[in-house]
Design a protein around this ligand. Structure first.
Ligand SMILES: NC(=O)CCC(=O)C(=O)O
Length: 260
C-alpha cells in the first residue's frame, strides 16, 4: 500500500479556499500513492461557531469533490473528516472513496473533544469504524478517538490490518499523540496511518508529525511540524508475521475483561 498523507495548513472557516488547495495537493500526491489520507475537518477547520453557514449539507459538496478526484486518478481517498450538516445535527464525518468513485465508508466521530468545544456544536456518532480497501480490512477513527483503546480494539479483533487516524491535534500534546499512536499500533499489531494538520487557528497551534507506524511499533515515516505530503509504504503482510510471533489475539481473555 503506497500512502500519501496530506499534512497541510487549513484555511480557517473557508471551505472554497480549502477545496482549491486540496485539489492541487491531491493532484500532486496521487503521482506516488494508491491511498491518499487527509486530516480532520479540512474544509472548515475548527470554526465551530459558524457551522450553520459553513458546514457541508449532508456532505454533498465534499462527496462530489472526492468522488471526482478518486475516479479521475483511480485511487483510494481516506478523505479526512468534514463537518456534515444533517437534520439531526452536525457530525464530524470521515468519508472514504475508492478508485471507481464509490463510497466505501462513512463514519461519524464517536468521542467529542470538550477541550475544543466539540460537544457544544457537534453530535456524536455511533457507526462502525471498520471498512475495506480492496481486499484489505481497515478501520478509521478521528483524532480524540485514539484515547479510547477499548473502542479501537472492538474494530481490530477481525482481520483489520491498518488503522487510519485523521486529526487536528494541537502542538502542546504532541507527546500524547506519538505515544497513543505507537501504543495503538503495538497493542493491535497493525499499521497505524495518522494524518494531522499543520499551522494554526485562532485557538491552537497544531503539531503536524503525521505518522506511518508498522505493526511492531516501528516508525516507517514521520513528518515534521510544517505543511508537507508524507509518503510511505505499508507491506500489510507483515501484520500476520507479527501476530504469529506474539499471538496477542489468540491469548486475549475477553471473559475476564469488564470495561463498562
Ligand atoms: N481534534 C481532536 O479531537 C483533538 C484531540 C486532542 O487534542 C487530544 O488531546 O485528545
Amino acid at each position: 500500500m503506497k500512502l500519501a498523507l496530506i499534512q497541510h495548513d487549513i484555511v480557517f472557516g473557508n471551505p472554497e479556499a480549502n477545496y482549491r488547495k486540496m485539489e492541487a495537493l491531491i493532484n500532486e500526491a496521487q503521482e506516488n500513492a494508491d491511498v491518499i489520507v487527509l486530516p480532520e475537518l479540512w474544509t472548515t477547520g475548527y470554526d465551530l461557531t459558524r457551522l450553520d453557514s459553513i458546514s457541508d449539507k449532508e456532505g454533498e459538496t465534499t462527496r462530489h469533490f472526492i468522488r471526482r478526484l478518486a475516479k479521475t486518478h483511480q485511487i483510494y481517498i481516506v478523505a479526512g473528516s468534514i463537518a456534515k450538516r444533517t437534520e439531526t445535527g452536525v457530525y464530524n464525518t470521515m468519508l472514504v472513496y475508492g478508485p471507481a468513485g464509490e463510497l466505501l465508508h462513512e463514519y461519524d466521530k464517536a468521542h467529542l473533544f470538550r477541550l475544543m468545544d466539540e460537544e457544544k456544536f457537534l453530535s456524536q456518532g455511533d457507526r462502525s469504524a471498520s471498512f475495506s480497501i480492496g481486499n484489505k480490512r481497515a478501520a478509521g477513527v478521528i483524532c480524540y478517538d485514539i484515547r479510547f483503546p477499548e473502542f479501537i480494539r472492538t474494530h481490530m479483533t477481525g482481520d483489520q490490518q491498518v488503522l487510519f487516524v485523521v486529526a487536528e491535534w494541537p502542538k502542546q500534546r504532541l507527546d500524547h499523540w506519538r505515544a497513543l499512536l505507537l501504543s495503538r499500533a503495538i497493542e493491535n499489531q497493525c499499521f497505524v496511518v495518522a494524518c494531522n494538520r499543520s499551522g494554526s487557528d485562532p485557538a491552537n497551534d497544531f503539531a503536524g508529525h503525521s505518522l506511518i507506524i508498522g505493526p511492531w511499533g516501528e516508525i516507517i515515516a514521520e513528518a515534521k511540524e510544517e505543511a508537507t505530503i508524507l509518503y510511505g509504504e505499508a507491506d500489510l503482510d507483515q501484520v500476520a508475521d507479527v501476530r504469529n510471533r506474539i499471538p496477542v489475539f489468540q491469548d486475549r481473555r475477553p471473559s475476564i475483561y469488564d470495561v463498562q
